[in-house]
Design a protein around this ligand. Structure first.
Ligand SMILES: Cc1cc2nc3c(=O)[nH]c(=O)nc-3n(C[C@H](O)[C@H](O)[C@H](O)COP(=O)(O)OP(=O)(O)OC[C@H]3O[C@@H](n4cnc5c(N)ncnc54)[C@H](O)[C@@H]3O)c2cc1C
Length: 484
């Protein structure tokens, strides 16, 4: 085994970031911005983590359609910093078409320039997918959600579904109103999702007039995130290593003399530190290490006495997401984005522009299915057949169009599944080692497992590492995250 003391190359404090998803990329960018030397290590041949795209027959498809909300300030900071905000603009005031596959009716969830929660009142009054009686009862759940204390311990003990039922929401109101927002933001059904993370979403949307405005990419995700972020990092002299798996974290042998009790890691006298990482073949030394992987990979890497219950974390499940991409030879959907009720096709996006298809040659649609446990085992052919029929129900023009290409992307490990009890297990960035930090959308950011959570966690880990290394730069507040 060879050993590379990278610190000595520049004399700058050296941070190793393990994992090149949005958490790792934002931790790396924020660390080089402050003046640290950074080595970013990714096990795959590509960066971007869960946000990536592929090409097929001269068109580009995202592994999964990604959307952000206007309240996602950390993510928008990241796009700004890497110079791509113009490629994923907010699309104006929320105006979401919701189609009923059973009746063919269309309604809009639309916001007005009125103080929250009145910003949605008008469109809810006109919303045709729930009854007038159910509309009258929406406030019985919405008002407690607006007032909920997100730190209350009992929240994580129940599901959103239980809460909604306790607050007089009918099955139809849950399916045709609450679930539309819940599934898209938490990737777990209302019956299974921890109330803590769901309440975070609804409280934000109900109390902030512009929070629910949507933005998404005009270009493939590789061009939005990984390519520009890597260019920026390469420009600043960061070492970028791909196809290299970090196998373990090297602990300082003197650290082992420190008390291994669970309480000791929070002690300011704790002298436990790490000295770097072992990859397949090399030892790389660093002054601080940030693990920015998903929960299972992090649990495998965390050394003993990390202060994180890795046995429990390793048992936490994933929730899958499927995207079915259909290329039509003519335009079939009149909206940029639509949601569906009484249909397994939860959200449909017009991806013509990001795919690179000329509008005169047709329309490219991505059908996004969250919490897709029941469909993840279906064959691509069956998924394509099923969703072609659904699109024909929702947009009858599809019956007259020809499908020129179709492909399925399936992310079985899309997001950690936040069921009751799981939120409380999400660790903060600090570990039992003074210079080892955790990032990743799954860590304790308060948000569901999203791009926002990934970026905020990366910024927080970078801030902690820089603080440990003695960087004195003042911090700037970004939403609920802190940026150095
Ligand atoms: C299909 C799909 C649709 C989604 N839609 C949305 C959406 O609309 N809006 C939204 O906000 N979020 C969405 N998400 C969630 C969002 O993409 C993720 O929460 C976020 O990108 C996770 O980023 P991350 O950096 O925390 O983790 P990851 O993206 O998982 O990155 C971790 C990286 O670490 C690498 N790694 C792991 N172990 C090692 C090791 N030992 N050595 C080196 N490298 C290692 C992995 O290869 C990976 O690249 C979606 C996710 C999917 C899959």
């Amino acid at each position: 085994m060879t050993s590379h003391p990278l610190t000595s190359n520049t004399g700058k404090p050296h941070i190793i970031v393990v994992g090149g998803g949005l958490a790792g990329l934002s931790a790396a960018v924020s660390s080089v911005d402050a003046g640290a030397r950074v080595t970013l290590i990714e096990k795959r041949p590509r960066f971007g983590g869960a946000t990536w795209s592929f090409d097929r027959n001269n068109l580009f498809f995202d592994s999964g359609q990604h959307v952000y909300l206007a309240c996602c300030k950390g993510y928008q900071w990241f796009l700004d910093r890497i110079g791509t905000s113009h490629l994923a603009p907010l699309r104006g005031k929320l105006n979401l078409a919701v189609l009923d596959a059973a009746t063919g009716k269309v309604s809009f969830l639309k916001r007005r320039d009125l103080k929250a929660p009145l910003h949605l009142a008008d469109s809810i009054l006109k919303y045709s997918h729930i009854t007038a009686a159910d509309k009258a009862k929406l406030g019985w759940a919405a008002i407690p959600l607006m007032r909920v204390d997100l730190n209350a311990k009992d929240l994580d003990a129940k599901t959103l579904g239980e809460f909604l039922k306790q607050h007089k929401q009918s099955d139809t109101a849950i399916a045709n109103f609450w679930e539309i927002i819940n599934l898209a933001t938490t990737n777990v059904t209302a019956d299974e999702v921890s109330l803590t993370v769901a309440a975070k979403v609804f409280k934000t949307l109900l109390t902030d007039q512009t929070a629910g405005d949507l933005g998404w990419s005009l270009v493939p995700l590789n061009d939005l995130h990984s390519k520009p972020a890597l260019e920026l990092l390469a420009h600043t002299g960061a070492d970028i290593i791909k196809r290299t798996k970090v196998m373990s974290i090297v602990t300082n042998p003197n650290s082992l003399k420190a008390s291994p009790t669970a309480a000791s890691y929070s002690s300011p006298d704790n002298s436990r530190t790490v000295t770097g990482v072992i990859t397949d073949g090399s030892e790389l030394r660093a002054d601080a290490v940030i693990i920015a992987t998903d929960h299972i990979d992090a649990a495998e890497l965390l050394p003993q006495n990390s202060g994180v219950n890795t046995d429990l974390i390793q048992k936490l499940q994933y929730s899958p997401i499927i995207n079915v991409h259909l290329v039509f030879d003519k335009k079939v959907m009149p909206f940029e984005l639509a949601a569906a009720v009484n249909s397994p096709a939860q959200f449909v996006f017009d991806t013509t522009q990001s795919s690179g298809l000329s509008p005169k040659d047709g329309q490219c649609l991505a059908i996004s299915i969250s919490a897709a446990e029941h469909q993840v085992g279906m064959s691509p052919k069956d998924l394509i057949d099923l969703y072609t029929k659904e699109i024909e129900k929702l947009f009858p023009k599809a019956k007259e169009a020809k499908i020129t290409d179709a492909v399925v992307s399936r992310e079985t490990r899309a997001t950690m599944k936040i069921t009751p009890g799981v939120n409380a297990l999400r660790p903060t960035t600090q570990t039992g080692y003074r210079n080892l930090f955790l990032a990743g959308a799954w860590t304790a950011t308060g948000w569901p497992i999203t791009m926002e959570s990934a970026v905020l966690s990366g910024l927080e880990a970078s801030k902690s590492a820089l603080h440990y290394l003695g960087f004195k730069k003042s911090s700037e507040q970004i939403g609920e995250g802190v940026l150095i």
